[in-house]
Design a protein around this ligand. Sequence first.
Ligand code: ADP
Ligand code: GLC
Length: 468
Amino acid sequence: MKILWIASEAFPFAKAGGLGDVSNGLAKSLKKVGYDIRILIPKYDWINSANYNLELVSDNVPLNKENTFSVWQSFLPKSRVPIYFVESEVFEGADIYEGDEVSKFLFLSETALVIPQVIGWEPEIFHANDWHTATVPVFAKACHKYSSIMSDKRFILTIHNLAFQGPIPLFEYESRGIESSAIKRFVDEGDSARALRLGIHFSDRVTTVSPTYAREVKETKWGFGLQEDLKTKGDKFVGILNGIDFEEWDPVTDPSLVRNYSAKSLEGKKKCKSALQKELGLPVDKSVFVVGLVARITSQKGFDILIDALPEMFEEEIQLVVLGTGEPDIESKLLRASGEWEDKLAVFLKYDETRSRRIYAGSDAFLIPSRFEPCGLTQMYAMRYGSVPIAHRVGGLADTVFESERNQTGFVFENYSSEDLYSAVFRAFCTFREKRVTWTKLVTRIMTIDNSWESRIQSWKELLETLI
Ligand code: ADP
Ligand code: GLC
């Protein structure tokens, strides 16, 4: 079965968050079980063509009267998954989610229908991701130019985050040949239509990234206004839990770590902890409870309740390490706090893949206080590296982090409040301090939990089979 996966990100070429990892990891595992899956992303002008061996496939390909584009090709590292890059002026001069997002992502979505002819490979399934590429099936079904050649194709849309829906003025669709009559019933006030909403209605299957989030977005405010649209899909809307790439994320081989380690021997993890404390300018002390947090700094990720919980947290022998970039007002609150608690709080406002890995490895516990979380990958990376997750029980966190006695994988809090967050941190801290055997057992258990993509692939196979 031939599948074209279209997205705004794919690790390692372009990554802002979890979507980049999912593009890479899921494609590689589908390839391993026999699917001919290929990826399409923009050729952002900061992608280093030489480093990644990008080769030009075709240039000056016409998209419409005004625009042409070029196609480049490479492979996902350590795999035979081909990845194609669309090059055009529209992707120049901006980061992934900066600049004129409407123009660039409509451009990307439309090229997905033209590129198969350019590369001489005809996918049966087009797999779009989030609002950025949700218009792939809309171009295919509501644009005269494409509808006849696309009539036998099938379309999947995976929603990684309902908070971003891509409102686009109607004229932008019309000027690209999309029939307004076909999308009229989805137009919002102000004559715009949300790309994600159109994608939901024009796709044959819609998925999201965890079973709990799939329920939440139909039943609660986390559907951000698309609850009814998702309900109309019936069993054509499902939640499949994300996995992580066990080869890419492995403390036994990870070259970013000062010492490698495994669940059988945690000596190296101790070294990683003291190296992290040293590297971050925190007092080096193995008895201190080191908590890590790696996230985009946005209101989704729970920084408000975290900042309120800091005074209580820092009364204990706890150090907190935060790595992330994002909203300037949250960033400055974190910086201010790190000035106040120099020996307790280290804040790094950067995107730094190597440091993120050192935090997963060097921390005792890992905090994910998200307000909502479609899936979340960081709790799974933390487990793989033996850092015990402390998480708000929502979305994919509720599907991966459990505090029940028989099946514990972390510490969990129910209500979104700084009090509940703190009490979960405190429970973890007390176990770390007072019940060392229990703690070490927990660390070794979470390191052996199978959150690999391979363990999720059966659900994907079943979904793909329903499309034939
Ligand atoms: P989201 O997609 O909402 O950002 P996920 O938990 O799914 O959340 O994925 C986040 C991914 O981005 C993880 O791979 C995490 O390690 C990475 N990440 C986030 N912020 C940073 C950062 N500042 N530096 C390095 N990696 C980061
Ligand atoms: C989104 C979500 C995150 C999810 C990721 C990959 O960015 O916020 O929860 O893990 O996509 O699906």
